[in-house]
Design a binder for this molecule. Structure first.
Ligand code: AMP
Ligand code: GLY
Length: 419
């Protein structure tokens, strides 16, 4: 089969590895890919936002299946263009992607279907939102309605910070025309939960915990994610059932009621308090870096899972997991998520991977005259698998010591909750 993967991060490197492991006879391409993905796929230098060139490539190269990793092309409707060409696509269509691209849409689905979530009010005007702010108590949760690369949420202890966050959003910090949500603050422990839907059935995958803040102890600014591990000990079977019955299934039901069919990964961001889950947000794709850990634990065939999803056949799919723990640490460039150096040489990856339990996924890397260079904010993900989280963590940090580049920066406390 001829398969195209869209994306260029650590998540897509992990997906490429799983595709390659599933079948040696498939022919794999990636747009645009990265040097790690290039170990498994032919990388094509087209932007993941250039839909016209992607569609031309798909037709000319007789691609049969497309897997889209990142949210931006999905929310911009790439799935819909490809479906029109008769191609099978592992990613939801644009209407379904509103679950990630509009927090207001998700809140409406939650409220209409009795899904536990923080209460919220939304506003199109600065004046009205500030008037409402005066009536409520801190901490204030202020959210831009649309996509903001994980940076559109501010949790403010003071009124003045909350007012400034609202000002920023209405001044176009995350693009013009954003409306805002002011939400009730939820206490508890956060968990990510992953499931797949084929439009009719839901197949639960596994949970994970991400580390969104830049610095140890969950301090500093929000990032795309500095590390993750799975499965988290907090996620009991009972809690998993509540997540499926009270949150995921009613969401699909609510989408169906609106005439929207959901095919692809459904990633729920949840707050857990007293063993009760509340929905914080949805993402319409695999998490990055959660996927790097999650796919290490998948024992059954990944390509078959993807095909059963796009063919509406998940009801009969038997998924199997390794009885292990997996953990991934993001190696970043000092300065991320703001400004960073884009030119340091990377060494030691092969040495790090000498331990068979370690896999290094590339995120922001490039090849320059045969030399691997750190060119992105998040550079690599050192992923380890072991019987316990503790062992996985020790192995990962030993491997990290072997990887060298100028301005290497990473959190030293990944999985602290799980220990
Ligand atoms: P989101 O982009 O919606 O995932 O929000 C980013 C982060 O903000 C989440 O991972 C939570 O840590 C935090 N957050 C969002 N909404 C709330 C809420 N209502 N109460 C407490 N924390 C929240
Ligand atoms: N790691 C969080 C995300 O992928 O959105």
């Amino acid at each position: 089969m001829r398969i195209l993967l869209i994306g260029n991060g650590g998540r897509e490197h992990a997906i490429a590895r799983s595709l390659a492991k599933s079948s040696s006879s498939d022919i794999l391409f990636a747009i645009p890919g990265n040097p790690g993905i290039g170990q498994y796929c032919e990388c094509i230098a087209i932007s993941s936002q250039d839909f016209k060139s992607i569609c031309n490539f798909v037709v000319n190269s007789k691609i049969q299946l497309v897997i889209i990793g990142p949210e931006v092309p999905i929310c911009d409707g790439l799935t819909d263009y490809l479906l029109e060409l008769g191609i099978k696509v592992f990613a939801p269509n644009q209407k379904a992607s509103l679950l990630e691209s509009s927090k207001k849409f998700t809140k409406e689905i939650a409220l209409e279907n009795n899904i536990p979530t923080a209460s919220a009010r939304w506003f199109n005007r600065y004046h009205d939102s500030v008037e409402y702010l005066k009536e409520i108590d801190p901490p204030y949760v202020i959210k831009a309605d649309g996509l903001a690369a994980g940076k559109g949420v501010a949790i403010c202890e003071s009124y003045i910070d909350a007012e400034n966050s609202i000002k920023d959003i209405f001044n176009g910090r995350f693009g013009d025309g954003q409306s805002i949500l002011i939400e009730e603050f939820l206490n508890g422990e956060e968990v990510s939960y992953f499931a797949i839907s084929d439009g009719k059935n839901i197949l639960p995958l596994i949970g994970a915990q991400d580390h969104k803040r830049l610095l140890d102890g969950d301090n500093g600014p929000n990032t795309g994610g500095m590390g993750a591990y799975c499965p988290p000990p907090i996620l009991s079977k009972e809690l998993e059932n509540k997540i499926i019955n009270q949150i995921l299934e009613p969401t699909l039901y609510g989408l169906n009621k609106r005439g929207i069919s959901y095919k692809g990964v459904l990633f729920a961001g949840l707050m857990i308090k007293d063993e009760e889950p509340s929905l914080i947000e949805y993402n319409i794709r695999f998490g990055d870096p959660e996927t790097q850990a999650l796919l290490m634990l998948l024992k059954s065939n990944f390509t078959e899972l993807v095909l059963d999803t796009v063919n509406g056949n998940l009801r009969n799919h038997k998924i199997e997991w390794h009885e292990k723990k997996a953990l991934t640490v993001v190696l970043a460039n000092k300065g991320y998520p703001l400004e960073y150096n884009m030119n340091s040489e990377i060494t030691g990856v092969e040495d790090a991977e000498k331990n068979p339990n370690i896999k290094v996924f590339h995120a922001g890397t490039s090849l320059k005259e045969g030399q691997l260079i750190a060119t992105g904010g998040r550079v690599m993900n050192v992923t380890s698998t072991a019987d316990t989280i503790k062992e996985a963590r020790e192995d990962a940090y030993k491997a990290i010591d072997k990887i060298k580049y100028e301005n290497k920066f990473y959190r030293k406390d990944i999985a602290w909750r799980g220990l």
